[in-house]
Write a protein of this length. Structure first.
Ligand code: GTP
Ligand code: MG
Length: 272
């Protein structure tokens, strides 16, 4: 068929093929979730329903994109790591990023009633996304450690902040002032002495966030059950959900060597 005279406009499109041999991270993040979580009466500082919904939406993404080798989520964000040798969409960054964030958003919305049965979604939630390339395994490990450290730092601060507000009657400004300049050790001490809370006994879901990896049947692994009891099932040594049997939910340390020693295959050759 003869080309139309309009065909030339294609030339305006730009290539955005990501360079080879780099781990590709797509990170999504809720837009204005400060407002979204307020409007939907999330528990403070952590709402287990909300966190589990994020995880479930992320499992949907991993189910669709088999080249994602690991995902990590906390608060209103999730990072998806595509294998460094993936060829999906010819490594076109915008195609990868938009498909991931779109599937995540629609899954979050579709699954909402399952996690928030007593309240309707007030408005459509939105997520942004970015793509970041990491050229070495160490860079990738450090990236994931950075997100997990962020989870820990925010959770420790927010746990203190909301205890002061909800149980000491501080105003947000007073709580902020009380915590200004404090070190982690000061905050641990505050929780222990004023509220009889040992920070290390708080749920790992809140302190460490959520890791999703592929299920390896018959291979032992350090797995933890999902908190969504209805869907829980056991295959081999792994606990995973019935509806999404190819991912395992963990709330363990990514920081340090142990996780990577236990899961060497994650950074190995691309699975067929
Ligand atoms: N109450 C409550 N709030 C949460 C929870 N998880 C996330 N949030 C809120 O979501 C915010 C996420 O932080 P950000 O992504 O930096 O802030 P944001 O409001 O989403 O703003 P942008 O991402 O810049 O659009 C937190 O500051 C909290 O206000 C939760 O489990 N409970
Ligand atoms: Mg956000």
């Amino acid at each position: 068929m003869a080309k139309s005279k309009f065909e030339y406009v294609r030339l305006f499109e730009t290539e955005d093929r990501l360079i080879p041999n780099c781990w590709i991270v797509v990170r999504i993040d809720g837009k204005a979730f400060h407002r979204f979580t307020d409007s939907h009466h999330y528990m403070k500082p952590n709402d287990e329903r909300g966190l589990n919904l994020m995880t479930r939406a992320a499992q949907n993404v991993m189910e669709d994109f088999k080249d994602i080798v690991i995902a990590y989520g906390q608060s209103d964000e999730f990072s998806f790591v595509f294998h460094k040798n993936t060829n999906i969409y010819n490594r076109r960054g915008s195609k990868m990023m938009t498909n991931v964030v779109s599937l995540f958003s629609s899954s979050f919305t579709m699954l909402w009633p399952r996690y928030f049965s007593t309240q309707d979604l007030q408005y459509a939630p939105t997520f942004d996304a970015r793509v970041v390339l990491y050229p070495s395994d160490q860079n990738l490990k450090d990236y994931l450690s950075w997100r997990q450290a962020d989870c820990h730092i925010n959770n420790l601060y927010n746990t203190c902040f909301w205890k002061l507000v909800q149980e000491r009657g501080h105003t947000p400004a007073q709580a902020q002032e009380r915590l200004k300049g404090t070190l982690s050790s000061d905050k641990n001490e505050l929780l222990y002495s004023d509220f009889k809370i040992n920070y290390n006994n708080l749920p790992e879901l809140f302190r460490k966030g959520t890791i999703l990896i592929r299920c390896k049947e018959g291979v032992s692994g350090d797995t933890k059950p999902t908190t969504d009891g209805r869907q829980m099932t056991l295959v081999g040594n792994h606990v995973h959900t019935k509806a999404r049997p190819s991912t395992v939910v963990l709330h363990t340390d990514l920081i340090g060597k142990q996780f990577w020693e236990d899961n060497l295959d994650i950074l190995g050759p691309r699975p067929k």
